[in-house]
Every structure is written in structure tokens, then in C-alpha cells.
Design a protein around this ligand. Structure first.
Ligand SMILES: NC(=O)c1ccc[n+]([C@@H]2O[C@H](COP(=O)([O-])OP(=O)(O)OC[C@H]3O[C@@H](n4cnc5c(N)ncnc54)[C@H](O)[C@@H]3O)[C@@H](O)[C@H]2O)c1
Length: 384
């Protein structure tokens, strides 16, 4: 194979965005040969490829080698499993699934080592986060002590939530800011700092919008080594902030406003603390500006990486299996808020799925899932 035949499933706002990048030839060695959407009106704009209104038919038509799944969230799991079980390479939008039990089912369907299974965590291509990751992995920051991420610049209007029936409902989206906007940040958080051992969160549901899901979250994290963290997010605040601060035994790194500043202590803080004779001294700090420009290749880079992985065996920037961590963090924060307790990881996936089913069953906002979405929903819980 020299060119990947790609099918796009879900041609709403993000599917159309990916299609523009692909049709403008921003990604090499790939041709879009099929598009699929349950709304046939969305397909007319793409006359040069095969049209489907049923993902199962596209997956079995023999016209694609790979699919990009850009549907509402519950269908990521059902369509992803169907595509993987039918031998296709799969690139799935974030979140890989709505809940951990679903993510486990999806990951279990990836059984062939020759099959490429990736997730659209485009923010991993941002050089700021890649540089901080390298800094942590090289031991420059020393052992993790604290991570604070204030990510409140995800402001969304009520019109945004009203724009599609599935948005901001337990049955359609499966959550709010944690399931739609923050999968990126939660993925980066675990990519940089690993997974916490415990999560305690406070979530407000429909605090700033007429929605039933969370739009304001404050979460406390605790890591196995005793490091702690704070993750704060909302879609209801503007002007918002995006400030990531990670402190280790050798200083503090801050990512904000497109810059990375490393406040580097010349000595280990732990050693200084235990050996310095002064009462109020602090170790000398060197301030280092770490160069990182622009925001990286983002969606195009993830798409090109997916194609290169299929054709050349290039390692993935974001293997889909790693997507279970951001799902776990989002679920754990919500479960902590629902139960008013600290959640110890690993999360009880079945208990969370039951809670989600209960929320769907008692939802007063029946912004009516389309029949197909109802099938995806049923598929999501039938083995959970
Ligand atoms: N990576 C990013 O930066 C980014 C940005 C925005 C959205 N997203 C993700 O993209 C996905 C889609 O979001 P959106 O904003 O485009 O939503 P949207 O509502 O605009 O589009 C979804 C489309 O999927 C179609 N659809 C629904 N169920 C389907 C099914 N079973 N089979 C085929 N088509 C189906 C709908 O008709 C609609 O056209 C979500 O997972 C969202 O989280 C990612």
C-alpha cells in the first residue's frame, strides 16, 4: 500500500474540519474515499467519494483501509469496535469513550499488532507540552511535588450547547467540560505527570448554562509518591486562564501565554531543606526561558502520524489505548462529586457505568437522541 484509503464517519463541524485539511492535501499519502453521516444532507458537499448513512455499511464496503471516527461520544466505542473487528485501522476522536468500561471494551477489540489504533489528542503536538514532558522525563525537574492546572479558558455560550441535540446531555455526550473540552488537558496531565492514586472533586452541573452536565470543576489529585495536584476548569468563565504549573524537587516549570518558564533551583530542594543551616534561606533559583514556538501541527500532524504509522510503522504520537487515562480521570472526578467521597484509582468501572445509566434514565433534558444514537447508547451499556 502506498496511499491510505480513508473513510470519515461523522461529518459535523469537526468531521468537516478534518475533511477540509485532507481535501486541501495538508496530509500526504492519504485519499478520502468515503464519508458517512446519519444525516445525508451533510454528505452532499463531498461529491468525489462514496456516501454512506450507516457506518456498518461503510466499514464492510471494501472502499477504505482506515476510518476516522468523528461522531458524538458514545458512537466512538460502537463504531470503533466494529471497524477494528473488521480489520480497519482506526483513528478515533477524543474522548475515546464516555466511560471506563466502554474504553476497556474498545481497547479489547484491538487485537492485531498490524492494525493502527490512534486517538486525536492533537494537543500532544504542541511543542510547549512536548518540551515539558522531555524536561520531566530527563529528570531536570526532579521528583514531582505538585501540579496545578488552571484551565478556565474553555468558555462556551448557551448557543453552543443548543447547536446539537447530543451536546451537554448524559445520554448524548456523557458529561460536560470533562468529557468534551478537557479530554485534551486530562490526557496531557497524565502524559506529563502520570496517573494520580486518588481523586477528590467538586463539580457543578449547569451552573452557568441551561444544561444537565458539569460546567465547573475543581479537583484535588494525590499521587503515589505524595505529590498533590489541583485541576480547575469551567466553560462558564471569561476571560479565562490557562496556566500549568508543575513543581518538582529541582524547581518549577510554568506554561502560560505561549511561554515555558523553568524556575530551576541550583540544588535539590529536599537536600537544601534538610542540610542548610539558615532558618529562612531558600536555594538559589535560575530562571530559564525554554523556547517553544506556535502550537505545533495539531490535527494535521496527528492525521499524518496515523498515515505514517499505517504505511511505515512510525510510532504513534497518541496510541488510542492511552486514551483510557483521560476517561478514567474524567469519570473519577464526576464519581467523586456524585458520591461526595475521595475516589481511589483504579476506578470501579462498573459502578460508574451504573451511575451514568441512572443519570440517563432520570434525565429531565431528553433532548432526544436520534434513533441511531440510542443504538450507540445501548451498545455502550449492554456489556458494561
Ligand atoms: N480534537 C478536537 O480538537 C475536537 C474539536 C471539536 C470536536 N471534537 C470531537 O469531534 C466529535 C464530533 O464533534 P462535532 O463538534 O463535530 O459534533 P457535531 O454534532 O457537529 O457532528 C457530529 C456528526 O456526527 C453525525 N453522527 C451522529 N451519529 C452518527 C453515527 N452513528 N454514524 C455516523 N454519523 C453520525 C451527526 O449527524 C453529525 O453530523 C466529538 O467526539 C468531539 O468531542 C474534537
Amino acid at each position: 500500500m502506498t496511499t491510505v484509503r480513508l473513510g470519515i464517519i461523522g461529518v459535523g463541524s469537526m468531521g468537516a474540519f478534518h475533511l477540509r485539511n485532507l481535501l486541501d492535501k495538508k496530509v500526504q499519502r492519504v485519499t478520502v474515499t468515503a464519508v458517512c453521516d446519519i444525516d445525508p444532507a451533510k454528505l452532499a458537499a463531498y461529491p468525489d467519494c462514496a456516501h454512506f448513512t450507516d457506518s456498518a455499511a461503510l466499514i464492510r464496503a471494501g472502499v477504505v483501509d482506515a476510518v476516522l471516527v468523528v461522531t458524538p461520544h458514545y458512537a466512538h466505542t460502537t463504531i470503533g469496535i466494529d471497524a477494528l473487528q473488521n480489520g480497519l485501522h482506526v483513528l478515533v476522536e477524543k474522548p475515546i469513550s464516555v466511560h471506563v468500561a466502554d474504553a476497556q471494551k474498545l481497547i479489547a477489540a484491538h487485537t492485531s499488532p498490524t492494525q493502527v489504533f490512534a486517538a486525536m489528542f492533537n494537543q500532544r503536538t504542541d511543542p510547549h507540552y512536548a518540551k515539558v514532558r522531555a524536561l520531566i522525563q530527563q529528570g531536570e525537574l526532579g521528583e514531582l511535588r505538585r501540579v496545578n492546572w488552571l484551565i478556565t479558558n474553555w468558555f462556551r455560550t448557551q448557543a453552543y450547547y443548543n447547536s446539537s441535540a447530543w451536546r451537554a446531555t448524559w445520554g448524548g455526550e456523557g458529561g460536560g467540560v470533562l468529557l468534551n473540552q478537557c479530554p485534551h488537558n486530562l490526557d496531557l496531565l497524565q502524559w506529563l505527570c502520570g496517573m494520580p492514586a486518588k481523586v477528590r472533586a467538586h463539580c457543578f452541573f449547569g451552573k452557568y448554562h441551561a444544561i444537565e452536565v458539569e460546567d465547573d470543576v475543581t479537583a484535588y489529585l494525590e499521587y503515589a509518591n505524595g505529590a498533590t495536584g489541583l485541576f480547575v476548569t469551567t466553560t462558564g468563565e471569561t476571560p479565562g486562564t490557562n496556566r500549568l504549573e508543575i513543581t518538582g524537587d529541582r524547581g518549577k516549570v510554568v506554561v502560560e501565554n505561549g511561554t515555558i518558564t523553568f524556575h530551576r533551583t541550583v540544588a535539590s530542594v529536599k537536600n537544601f531543606c534538610m542540610s542548610d543551616p539558615s532558618l529562612f534561606g531558600t536555594p538559589e533559583v535560575w530562571q530559564v526561558q525554554i523556547p517553544a514556538h506556535d502550537s505545533g501541527g495539531q490535527h494535521v500532524e496527528i492525521l499524518q502520524n496515523f498515515v505514517n504509522a499505517i504505511l511505515d510503522g512510525t510510532p504513534l504520537v497518541a496510541p488510542a489505548e492511552e486514551g483510557i487515562h483521560s476517561v478514567t480521570l474524567a469519570n473519577a472526578m464526576l464519581y467523586s462529586a456524585f458520591t461526595d467521597r475521595t475516589v481511589t484509582l483504579p476506578l470501579d468501572a462498573a459502578a460508574y457505568a451504573r451511575k451514568l445509566q441512572e443519570l440517563i434514565a432520570t434525565s429531565t433534558l431528553t433532548k432526544a437522541a436520534a434513533p441511531k444514537a440510542a443504538a450507540d447508547l445501548a451498545g455502550s451499556f449492554n456489556k458494561a
